[in-house]
Each structure stands twice: as structure tokens, then as C-alpha cells.
Design a protein around this ligand. Structure first.
Ligand SMILES: Cc1cc2nc3c(=O)[nH]c(=O)nc-3n(C[C@H](O)[C@H](O)[C@H](O)COP(=O)(O)OP(=O)(O)OC[C@H]3O[C@@H](n4cnc5c(N)ncnc54)[C@H](O)[C@@H]3O)c2cc1C
Length: 421
């Protein structure tokens, strides 16, 4: 049975929550620290591929982070995590090809642990926290939050100070917490796009640069590239009315046998203005539309079929040109039937530009999976730059829009915890 009162409660054991917990220990706070997570295994997004980016602005929403302060926190994150930083080669060659197209290839300091390496890191970090006296309770979902209590199925716990870091998948919980705490929020920005899967020989840049970040005109970018033993996966979401839909995603193992495949997202950022609608409701509608046409699964289409203007069928995946099997079981279909025209056009144009920079990506066998949705924009009205929303409550991480990746989520945790003490 848990104590009824804790000085510090942290909801979520993802990188944002971990960053806060380590900072509270660093500051040698006197009170007891409790971390709660609804999953049985810690911890959030560190589990998936675990690429860590150490260059601003990757992962840092610029409205909340200046370059210098982000780098100050990035140094501290790197000091705790000590990941092996990857080499990059031949950047100038790629950058030269980008310039005439007005495409920007960011030069990012990167580390990559893979999903297997991420699991080891999580075990090590949580063991360190437990040894230092932090209580980590897994499989405990927080159902409700008030100004001095959180409610679990097992009962209520009171706190002096609270960090809420439930990640993107906790967006509905965050919204309900903002409702009960009477905090205004904005959720007008979302990223929608596709996941591309191809053979490594058609995207060989990954041998020079593990996760190349291309920014195209039209607010399209590459995101979360995986190679080695790379797999496309799906995340399950439940809509407001209880229907299921999926977003695709990707990850890779670093220690398993290579499968010769690469995957990465092509995302377009959409900012909704007048009449201001909820980005999440919009994304949900698109997710449900894809699930409807995919018979409950995401949709996939070969580039060869897309170019010919015809849907993919099972046969599209058996021909001699189609030399690899999709790593995710999806429904062969037609992207142009499910994607909004403006998003599809912007992404296809960027794919053509990418194919000019790295010839091969538009090989007929390349697969485009849809939808990839990033639900991270539940931005609360913060009281200050430390992500405080009430005198004793902070909201951080991807769910609250203070980060878009592991290192920035961790940095958000440090910043909030500094302000707590
Ligand atoms: C497949 C995949 C691959 C990714 N690859 C990378 C990558 O390589 N590099 C990178 O930088 N980023 C990557 N990301 C993004 C990265 O995971 C996030 O940016 C990061 O995890 C955000 O951290 P967070 O702490 O805000 O949230 P999370 O890591 O999502 O953690 C939130 C935690 O809160 C818990 N929670 C939610 N609601 C409740 C509740 N009501 N009660 C109790 N607990 C709750 C969740 O179970 C979860 O463990 C990837 C994401 C996915 C899904």
C-alpha cells in the first residue's frame, strides 16, 4: 500500500519524468519522491529506437527554448546519459545537392542505442533512481488530478508538488487534467504524414548519417529514421467515441541481425487558424478515415503503384520489382483516397526533392504507410518559462508541447524540477 502523502509526485516515467527525478536528486531535496506510470514497464518513449539528438532546435519547440539555454540543458542531459555519439560522413556532398532545391539538411549531434539498447538504459536509470530512494510505481494509472491530490484506482494520494508528464499518448488524460485544474490550452498544431520504408541501398545516406534531418519548403520534414534492424510499427489510439485507429511509427534494434531496410517519416506540420479547431480532433478524424478504408488497419502503397495512379493490391507486393516484404501488416490501398490533398501534394513534392538528393528513394518498391500522426500539441497556458501551470504543478514533455524528442523532454524535466526547488 502506498503512503497517503508525498512531497513530490511525478506522473509519467518517460524521459521528461526521469529528467525531473534526477534533477530533484541532484538538488538533494528532503522530501520523498514518487513516480507513477500506467504501463507495467518503465519508461515511455525511451524504449523506441532511442536516438538522442543533441543539437538545437531538434526536439525543442522554439517558442519555449532559446538556443543557448537548450544547449546548456543538452550538456547536462548528455552528462547523465553518456551515450556514444555517432560519426557523420560526406555531409558537404548532400548539402551541396540540397542548396538548389532550397532544402536544408541539419547537422545534428546524434547518438543511437536502438530499442534493445534503450531497454538496457531504462533498467540502469530506474535502478539508479530506486537506489537513491525514489519510489517508482508501475502499472498505476492516474485517473484524476486536483490542486493537491491525484486519484488512482486504489485511492487518493496528496502531494506538495506535482509534475505531469504523460507523453503524447497521454493527451486525453492531460486534457482532462487541464479541465479539472481550470487551465486554458491550445492544440492547433499537428504533424501528419507517411512512413517510408525502403531498402538501404535506395537510401544509402543512413550509412553516413543515422537520422538525417531534411527540412523541405512547405513545412515538410524527414523525421525518425531507422536502419540496421528496422521495423515499421503501429500505435493504437482510441477516439472520443471509443473507436480504434492507428498511427504508424518506426524503430530499430541495434544488436539484432540487419534486415537491410530503412524507414523514416515524412511529416507535414499543419497549423489550424480561423475558425480555430482542435488539432487532435482533426488528427483523430483522419486516423478514423484511414482505419475505415484500411478495414481497421493502416494503409500502405508502393511508390510504383502511386505513380501510376492505381491502388496497391496484395499482388503489388509479390512482383519481381518488389524485392522486400513490408515489416508491418497493413492494407494495400490508395493514399490519395485517404490523405487530404494539400498534405499529400506537399509530401509527394518533398519525396521528389529527396529523390534528387539521394537518387533511389522513389524506387517502385518503396512503401508509403499512412497515417503517421504526431499528437503532441496540448499546449497549456504556462505561468512562466519553467512550465509551471499552478503554484505547485508543472506540465512537461511531448504531451504538453515542451518537447518533441527524448533529449528535449529530459531537458524540460530538469527545468521544471529546478523551479520546484
Ligand atoms: C515508436 C517511437 C519511436 C520514437 N523514436 C524516438 C527516437 O528515436 N528519438 C527521440 O528523440 N524520440 C523518439 N520518439 C519520441 C519520444 O519517445 C518522445 O519524444 C519522448 O518519449 C517524450 O517523452 P515524455 O516523457 O514527454 O513522454 P513519454 O516518453 O511518452 O512518457 C510518458 C509516460 O507517461 C505515462 N502515462 C501517461 N498517462 C498516464 C497516466 N494517466 N497515469 C500514469 N502514467 C501515465 C505513459 O505510460 C508513459 O510511460 C519515438 C516515439 C515513438 C512512439
Amino acid at each position: 500500500m502506498l503512503n497517503k502523502h508525498w512531497e513530490y509526485v511525478i506522473i509519467g516515467t518517460g524521459p521528461a519524468g526521469l529528467g525531473a527525478a534526477f534533477e530533484l536528486l541532484e538538488k538533494k531535496v528532503k522530501g520523498k519522491i514518487l513516480m507513477l506510470d500506467r504501463e507495467k514497464f518503465s519508461t515511455g518513449g525511451l524504449r523506441n529506437d532511442c536516438k538522442m539528438n543533441f543539437t538545437y532546435p531538434v526536439g525543442f519547440p522554439q517558442e519555449f527554448w532559446e538556443k543557448e539555454e537548450a544547449h546548456h540543458y543538452l550538456d547536462r542531459v548528455e552528462n547523465i546519459l553518456k551515450p556514444p555519439v555517432k560519426q557523420k560522413n560526406n555531409l558537404e556532398t548532400y548539402q551541396k545537392r540540397c542548396r538548389p532545391l532550397d532544402v536544408n539538411l541539419l547537422e545534428i549531434r546524434q547518438a543511437h542505442l536502438g530499442t534493445d539498447g534503450g531497454l538496457e538504459l531504462i533498467k540502469e536509470l530506474t535502478a539508479r533512481l530506486r537506489e537513491s530512494g525514489v519510489t517508482i510505481e508501475l502499472g498505476r494509472e492516474v485517473l484524476e488530478v486536483s490542486e493537491n491530490k491525484v486519484r488512482l484506482e486504489e485511492g487518493e494520494i496528496s502531494f506538495d508538488k506535482l509534475i505531469i508528464a504523460p507523453g503524447r499518448k497521454g493527451f486525453r488524460f492531460l486534457q482532462s487534467a487541464m479541465g479539472s485544474l481550470d487551465i486554458d490550452y491550445l492544440d492547433n498544431i499537428i504533424d501528419i504524414g507517411i512512413r517510408v520504408e525502403t531498402e538501404e541501398e535506395h537510401y544509402p545516406i543512413v550509412r553516413d548519417y543515422y537520422d538525417p534531418k531534411f527540412h523541405f519548403p512547405g513545412r515538410v520534414r524527414t523525421f525518425c529514421t531507422n536502419s540496421g534492424s528496422a521495423h515499421v510499427v503501429r500505435e493504437r489510439y482510441t477516439s472520443k467515441n471509443g473507436s480504434t485507429y492507428y498511427s504508424v511509427n518506426g524503430h530499430a534494434y541495434s544488436k539484432k541481425e540487419r534486415n537491410g531496410l530503412v524507414n523514416f517519416a515524412m511529416l507535414k506540420t499543419v497549423r489550424l487558424t480561423e475558425p480555430l479547431a482542435s488539432g487532435q480532433d482533426y488528427a483523430e478524424m483522419l486516423g478514423l478515415q484511414a482505419a475505415l478504408l484500411g478495414g481497421g488497419k493502416p494503409i500502405m502503397q508502393r511508390v510504383g503503384d502511386f505513380r501510376m495512379g492505381k491502388r496497391s493490391k496484395l499482388a503489388s507486393f509479390n512482383d519481381d520489382l518488389y524485392s522486400f516484404k513490408p515489416t508491418l501488416d497493413c492494407t494495400p490501398g490508395d493514399l490519395s483516397l485517404v490523405m487530404p490533398g494539400k498534405i499529400l501534394r506537399a509530401i509527394w513534392k518533398s519525396m521528389k526533392e529527396l529523390d534528387t538528393i539521394i537518387p533511389g528513394i522513389l524506387h517502385p518498391s518503396t512503401i508509403m504507410y499512412y497515417p503517421e500522426i504526431k499528437l503532441y500539441a496540448n499546449k497549456p497556458e504556462f505561468r512562466d518559462r519553467t512550465f509551471r501551470v499552478k503554484d505547485n504543478i508543472w506540465m512537461i514533455g511531448d504531451g504538453a508541447g515542451t518537447s518533441r524528442g527524448i533529449t528535449a523532454a529530459w531537458a524540460s524535466g530538469i527545468r521544471a524540477a529546478e523551479s520546484m526547488v
